[in-house]
Design a protein around this ligand. Sequence first.
Ligand code: AMP
Length: 376
Amino acid sequence: MMHVLVLGAGQLARMMSLAGAPLNIKISAFDVRSENIVHPLTLEVLGQGLDNAIEQADVITAEFEHIPHDVLESCEKSGKFLPSTDAIKAGGDRRIEKQLLDNAEVKNANYAVINSKQDFQAAIESVGIPMVLKSALGGYDGKGQWRLKSVDQVDTIWEEMAQCIAESNNQAIVAEEFVPFQREVSLVGARNRQGDLAIYPLAENVHTNGVLTLSTAIDEPELQAQAAQMFTAVAESLDYVGVLALEFFDVNGQLLVNEIAPRVHNSGHWTQQGADTCQFENHLRAVCDMPLGTTEAVRATSMVNILGQDQVPMQVHQLAGCHVHWYGKEKRAGRKMGHINVSAANRAELKLQLLKLADLLDEEAFPALKPAAQAL
Ligand code: AMP
């Protein structure tokens, strides 16, 4: 029996636990804020303190990237932590992430780092308008972001950015050129300690108000090859072990990396029903020094996020190829509460099933589903 400690006690640790059980891999979760060691499914407190948690584990990994650096350092020192603290830091700091992409010669949007109003002026020259401004630390799902569309917005946006920079030490803003993309896609894959790679098919993602709402696995060989090459460059430059996700902008068939996530990813949840081995199992296989499972798509699959809802109509469970995954969380507006995987024999049938699902669900809670399904 292997014992894996996951930093973070959310749905990703929960789903790792569910995937690990058949392999006799036991998961404990470490709640970084309370320093409690908890059961990943029941959240029952099993123990207290990071030193304790480290001591008990054979392997330590993470389900999120915004982890205090002192916690990371302690885990690194134990020699049990995978992927690596560098990978986690790159996922949690846009400055490090951009540097990493440039060093690995992976295409990404032009950018500049802003610490002062002078830097902001210089960025307007070097990056150009329109630009997207993102806080270097702590931003996710479109939070901590600004859009600069014309020079008359500079003073107001600077006021807000200056406040953001002042709020925590080591904060800065990354200015990025605005990318006129047609769609967003992402790639999830695993690399194990031997350096073997197992990469899933790309997923096409729909965001609503900056939050992922729908993810559909796609079969586009040319784009897949491009994404896989970039994935390999990033994973190898980090000597990465575990599941890694890359988010891309697709600009007329040319991919630019938007973000990397050094962990299992929301856009990989479709693999639970749509792939031979799911991302959670492959992450555990990688960090536990096992061979990776095959990643091929076994049927057409989409994932629908459930935001701010703690129930779906019973008829959803009657839909063929439909699987609901709840996270056991308390309901809050906009919160990721669960997801629904929808699978079918082919894309045309998947579209029909998604349209049936959309008819059963509250349109206000799932505004993107019907139009996105119609566009499939
Ligand atoms: P992020 O938090 O970096 O994933 O950004 C949130 C969303 O903002 C992305 O999913 C895109 O839809 C949009 N976005 C981010 N960066 C850019 C960019 N450089 N150009 C255009 N849109 C962007």
